[in-house]
Design a protein around this ligand. Structure first.
Ligand SMILES: Nc1ncnc2c1ncn2[C@@H]1O[C@H](COP(=O)(O)OP(=O)(O)O)[C@@H](O)[C@H]1O
Ligand SMILES: O=c1ccn([C@@H]2O[C@H](COP(=O)(O)O)[C@@H](O)[C@H]2O)c(=O)[nH]1
Length: 214
């Protein structure tokens, strides 16, 4: 059945909570590839006008670090089944890369990121809101391992950034958005029961058997 509009699922949660892993597992359970994933991180503002040393001082956990207007306009395009050109963010240089990824519209859009539930305009575009809820000790351990292995950071820089920006911004902006969630997934990526439930829910909606999310 051809849908009149795609369904939008928001997956929020703190850094290192397991949002990307949850999203990847849901995506993998759909072999027909009816899902497109949009990462909020791709919409960090470009900072080419600033020298590298200055970019190190940016607070990447504050809502103003994102180009939310561009993200909203891209979701609105996908909701009309129009393709978009998604920006690509390069964490190693703290700015957008020169690349652009063409994204085709699909029946399901998963929007994933730390602050996607913070902006009311974004929340209003979502049919299902999920918050991945993982204790801060696990999140910092996971982030430490990931950022040193994959994002070119030193242990010292990860700890310093966590204490000065990630933790305070999490408490001020991320944690309070849990109240908007329809579903809270504890521990993230390895919660196979929650992932199966999400996949079943999406299938029910796609088959037109769900009257709550049309
Ligand atoms: N349940 C889990 N147990 C152990 N490690 C996990 C779990 N979920 C995610 N991870 C790992 O933690 C790191 C952060 O997870 P990720 O999904 O990227 O989180 P987020 O997108 O919320 O920042 C990754 O290296 C991932 O492999
Ligand atoms: O240039 C940058 C941009 C972002 N970050 C950090 O990334 C996380 C969000 O990504 P997750 O995958 O959800 O962890 C955010 O907490 C920023 O601090 C960065 O370090 N540098």
């Amino acid at each position: 059945m051809k849908r009149s509009k795609p369904i939008v699922i928001g997956v929020a949660g703190g850094s290192g909570s397991g949002k990307t892993t949850v999203t990847r597992e849901i995506y993998r359970s759909f072999s027909d590839k009816s899902i497109t994933v949009i990462q909020q991180d791709a919409y960090y503002k470009a900072q080419d006008d600033k020298p590298f040393e200055e970019r190190l001082l940016t607070n990447y956990d504050h809502p103003l670090a994102f180009d939310t207007d561009l993200l909203i306009s891209h979701i609105q395009e996908l909701l009309q089944f129009h393709p978009i050109k998604k920006p690509v963010y390069d964490y190693t240089v703290h700015t957008r890369s020169a690349k652009i990824v063409p994204v085709e519209p699909k029946d399901v859009i998963i929007l994933e990121g730390i602050l996607i539930l913070e902006d009311e305009r974004l929340r209003n575009l979502m049919d299902i809101k999920v918050f991945v809820d993982t204790d801060s000790d696990l999140r910092i351990i996971r982030r430490l391992l990931r950022d040193t292995e994959e994002r070119g950071r030193s242990v010292e820089s990860v700890i310093n950034q966590y204490l000065t920006a990630v933790r305070p911004m999490h408490l001020q902006f991320v944690e309070p958005t849990k109240r908007y969630a329809d579903i809270i997934i504890p521990e993230g990526g390895k919660n196979s029961v929650a992932i199966d439930l999400m996949a079943t829910k999406i299938r029910t909606v796609l088959e037109g058997k769900d009257s709550q999310v049309l």
